[in-house]
Design a protein around this ligand. Structure first.
Ligand code: SF4
Length: 472
C-alpha cells in the first residue's frame, strides 16, 4: 500500500489531467455561488449571524460534558438505547451486535458522514449484508463502487449522461432511458423505495443533537432521512460527539445557515426531528432506536485549545467548494472522509498528524475557506498550525538545514546580495535544462513557466532609481 502522501500525489497528478471534469465542475459551481450570494444577502446581518452560530457551537463544545449528559438523559427517558463508542471499531461492533440481534439482512441507510468515517457501509457489505444508500448522490457512488467526492454532493463529479449509463447498466431495462434529471431521480426512487419496506434496519447520521429536548435533527433534500428513520422496525443513528447543540432555539439559526452555505437554499428540503422510538399512540416510527455517539479522536481535538473550533463544523461543505486545491485535485484525491480545508484540518487529528501532514501542506492559504465558513472556523490558520506542529514534532533534517542557511544569509546583507547574484547566474546557466529530466525544479516547471531571472536584484533596482538604501 502506498503511503497517504504518495497516494495523494499520484491521485492529484492524475486528476489535474482531467481538464474536462475540472471545467465541468467549475461551470456547475456557478449556480451554487449565485444562490449562495442571494441567501447571504437575505440575512439581515450575515457576519453577525456567523458569529451567533459560532457562539452556539462554542457554548456546546465548552460544556460538552453537560450537554451530552442532558441529551442522553432525555433520549433514554423515551426508551432510546445509547452507546458511547471510543473509536470506529467499537462503533462498528455495536452496530453489528444490534444487526445480529435482530437477524437482519437488509439495511437502508441515509447519509451519515460519521458512518463514512468508520467505513460502515463497506464493512457491512463485506460481512454479507445488503446495504442501500438512500441519498441519491450516495446511491450513485455506491453503484459505482466509489467513495463520495464531496460531503454534501457525493456525485458532483459525474455528468448526467454518466449517471444515465450507470442506471441503464445497473437498474434494469426500464432505467437510464434518458439523461433528464427528473427521470433519473425516478429511476433511483423506484429502486430504493421498495428497499425501505424490505429493510430490517435503518441507519442514519445526525445533523444536530438537541440537548434540551433529546431530539436528533436530520436534514435531507430527498426525504430519505425521514423514510429510513420511520419505516424499518429498528433504527440506528450514528453521530460524533460534536453534533450536540444546547437548545432547540439554536436550530432557528443553524438550519438556515446550513442550507444557505451548503446548497444556497433557504432551508433544506426535509428537516426531520426525531425523539427516539415510536411512543404509545404514535402512528409510525421504529420500535427500537439506538444512538451511537462516537469520539474517534474528537476529544483530542477538543483538548487542543488552538484548533478546537474545528468541532463547530456543521458539515455544510462550503469551504470545500471554495478551495482552489479541491477544484484542482478533486475530492477523491484526499482519500479521506472529509476532503478540502475542513478535512485537512480534522483528518490529522482523527488519523495522525505525521501521516497526513501533506493535507495542510496542500493549501494555497488564500483564506477563502475561512471567509466562507458559516460558523467562522479559522481554517487557514489551522492549516498553518498543523504545518508548524508537524515540523516541531518531527523536523526534516534538510528543511532544518535549509532554513538555518537562509537565516544565516538573510541576516548578512552583503552575503545575501552575493548569494542572489550567484543564484541568478546559476539560474541562467540551468535554463537549458528546463523541462528535461535533469531539471531540478521539474515538479514545479511541469505545469508552470519559469520566468527568466532578472538582470538585477530588487535592491540594485531600488538604488538605481535613487531611493535611499537602508542597510547595504
Ligand atoms: S468548516 Fe465551515 S465551511 Fe467547511 S464544512 Fe464545516 S461549517 Fe462548512
Amino acid at each position: 500500500m502506498p503511503s497517504p502522501v504518495t497516494a495523494f500525489k499520484a491521485a492529484a497528478a492524475a486528476y489535474v489531467e482531467k481538464r474536462d471534469t475540472r471545467a465541468f465542475l467549475r461551470q456547475s459551481m456557478t449556480g451554487y455561488l449565485k444562490a449562495r450570494a442571494l441567501r447571504e444577502a437575505e440575512f439581515q446581518d450575515w457576519p453577525a449571524a456567523r458569529l451567533a452560530a459560532s457562539g452556539a457551537k462554542a457554548e456546546a463544545m465548552d460544556h460538552l460534558d453537560r450537554y451530552l449528559a442532558q441529551f442522553v438523559e432525555n433520549l433514554e427517558s423515551r426508551g432510546t438505547k445509547v452507546f458511547f463508542a471510543k473509536d470506529g471499531e467499537r462503533a462498528r461492533d455495536y452496530i453489528r451486535s444490534v444487526i445480529d440481534a435482530h437477524g437482519a439482512r437488509c439495511i437502508v441507510k441515509s447519509k451519515s458522514m460519521a458512518g463514512e468515517e468508520i467505513h460502515l457501509t463497506e464493512t457491512l457489505e463485506h460481512a454479507g449484508f445488503e446495504v442501500i444508500e438512500s441519498d441519491l448522490g450516495e446511491y450513485i457512488v455506491q453503484l459505482l463502487g466509489q467513495r463520495p467526492f464531496h460531503i454534501v454532493a457525493p456525485a458532483m463529479h459525474l455528468r448526467r449522461d454518466e449517471v444515465r449509463d450507470l442506471f441503464a447498466n445497473k437498474l434494469g431495462p426500464d432505467a437510464g432511458l434518458n439523461d433528464d434529471p427528473q427521470a433519473l431521480t425516478m429511476d433511483a426512487r423506484r429502486a430504493i423505495r421498495r428497499k425501505y419496506l424490505e429493510a430490517d434496519i435503518g441507519i442514519s447520521g445526525v445533523n444536530f443533537a438537541v440537548a434540551e429536548t433529546g431530539q436528533m435533527v436530520i436534514c435531507t433534500n430527498e426525504g430519505n432521512g425521514r423514510l429510513s428513520t420511520s419505516l424499518p422496525r429498528v433504527h440506528i443513528a450514528v453521530m460524533g460527539i460534536e453534533k450536540v447543540v444546547p437548545r432547540l432555539d439554536d436550530l432557528a439559526l443553524l438550519l438556515p445557515m446550513l442550507a444557505s452555505a451548503g446548497t444556497g437554499q433557504h432551508i433544506t428540503g426535509y428537516t426531520t426531528i426525531i425523539g427516539g422510538p415510536r411512543q404509545p399512540g404514535e402512528a409510525d416510527g421504529p420500535e427500537e432506536f439506538h444512538v451511537v455517539i462516537m469520539d474517534n479522536g474528537r476529544t483530542s481535538l477538543l483538548a487542543d485549545a488552538e484548533q478546537r473550533d474545528a468541532l463547530h463544523c456543521i458539515r455544510c461543505g462550503a469551504c470545500i467548494y471554495m478551495c482552489p486545491i479541491f477544484k484542482n485535485v478533486g475530492g477523491h484525491t484526499y482519500d479521506t472522509t472529509y476532503m478540502g480545508p475542513i478535512g485537512s484540518v480534522i483528518t490529522p487529528h482523527l488519523r495522525g498528524l505525521q501521516d497526513w501532514k501533506h493535507l495542510p501542506a496542500s493549501s494555497s492559504l488564500c483564506g477563502a475557506c475561512t471567509e466562507t465558513c458559516p460558523v467562522h472556523i479559522d481554517l487557514h490558520h489551522h492549516l498553518l498550525h498543523h504545518r508548524r506542529n508537524a515540523a516541531a514534532t518531527r523536523p526534516v533534517w534538510w528543511e532544518k538545514l535549509a532554513f538555518r542557511l537562509y537565516r544565516h544569509l538573510a541576516s548578512r546583507p552583503r552575503l545575501f546580495a552575493l548569494a542572489g547574484r550567484l543564484g541568478r547566474v546559476a539560474q541562467s546557466l540551468a535554463r537549458p535544462l528546463l523541462g528535461t529530466r535533469l531539471d531540478p525544479a521539474r515538479p514545479w516547471t511541469r505545469c508552470r513557466t519559469l520566468p527568466p531571472p532578472p538582470a538585477e536584484s530588487f535592491r540594485q533596482w531600488w538604488s538605481r532609481k535613487g531611493a535611499p538604501e537602508e542597510d547595504t
